[in-house]
Design a protein around this ligand. Structure first.
Ligand code: SF4
Ligand code: SF4
Ligand code: SF4
Length: 280
């Protein structure tokens, strides 16, 4: 039986990453996602990150981050392979009105694409901003894409995700949750650095820990990772959406109408497809 202790987990040691982008390319190849246009731009924050952000076709991205240590007048590059963290208590999950998003027994957060109605609430709820729409959903409805933790590879008995398999410096490691998190703690101690994603469940019952755990020499706030407060507030994002959009009643009516429309459209297109098939 899979528990939090032996569920799949990934360790990202940023002190070992050389920004070769092998993980980024391996993810695209394994998941058959097309290449995207890349360019250098004048924004120092994203200049060397290419493509500049994650998308429905780029599920892992190596971000380039420049930090300046005023005290020692030192500039440092940190390279951050970034994607879905597979949160222990995923904020993207409870906000989904059709229960399209689900967490497998092994903790991997995935989606029943055929149930997604394209409302985008999970995109707003995710503190890591790793979910993106594509136009190739079922029956013309937009669908959401993000890293799957290579669940197809794991289900087929392969030992590692494609990105971990490709990493030449062992900056990425794949293993059981307890082992990866323990290793991360030891590495952070050894390099005198910081760890991210290893929090114990909070008293309020909320668990902001993640299956992916990071180690870095620079503090994670400086690297642009969401703060603890941002992660805790993420589950309450639905409340904000409801207030912004005029209250629960309007929301309920909106969801029901949209659901009705989506189901009607799905059935209609399904019937048309059946008619076409029966002609062939
Ligand atoms: S990182 Fe975002 S998309 Fe991934 S499980 Fe957490 S909330 Fe959901
Ligand atoms: S785990 Fe798989 S899907 Fe996720 S980033 Fe790595 S290669 Fe891509
Ligand atoms: S493959 Fe490894 S070293 Fe290369 S960019 Fe990815 S994490 Fe960094």
């Amino acid at each position: 039986m899979v528990s939090i202790y032996n569920r799949p987990s990934m360790l990202f040691d940023l002190t070992k990453c050389i920004a070769c982008r092998a993980c980024q390319v391996a993810c695209k190849r394994w998941n058959k996602r097309p290449a995207e246009e890349t360019s250098l731009n004048s924004d120092p924050a994203t200049q060397w990150t290419n493509p500049p952000r994650l998308s429905s076709n780029t599920w892992r991205l190596v971000k380039y981050k420049l930090t300046y240590d005023e005290e020692n007048d030192e500039v440092t590059w940190t390279f951050i392979p970034y994607s879905c963290m597979h949160c222990n208590d995923p904020p993207c999950l409870p906000v989904c009105p059709t229960k399209a998003i689900y967490k497998r027994d092994d903790g991997i957060v995935h989606i029943h694409s055929e149930r997604c109605i394209g409302c985008g609430y999970c995109i707003e709820a995710c503190p890591y901003k790793v979910r993106f729409f594509a136009d190739d959903g079922y029956f013309g409805i937009k669908s959401i894409y993000k890293c799957t933790y290579c669940l197809d590879r794991l289900d087929a008995g392969l030992e590692k995700t494609a990105c971990v398999q490709a990493c030449p410096t062992e900056a990425l490691e794949f293993g059981e949750y307890t082992e990866m998190h323990e290793k991360a703690r030891q590495r952070a101690k050894a390099v005198g650095g910081y760890i991210y994603g290893d929090e114990a469940p909070l008293q309020r019952g909320s668990d902001i820990g993640t299956a992916s755990v990071y180690v870095s020499k620079a503090p994670f706030e400086e690297l642009g990772f969401p703060t603890e407060e941002q992660r805790i507030s993420a589950p309450f994002v639905m409340e904000r959406i409801l207030l912004e959009r005029g209250g629960l009643a309007i929301f309920g009516l909106g969801v029901l109408s949209f659901l009705g429309f989506a189901l009607w459209r799905r059935e209609r297109i399904g019937r048309a497809k059946m008619r076409e098939l029966s002609k062939e």
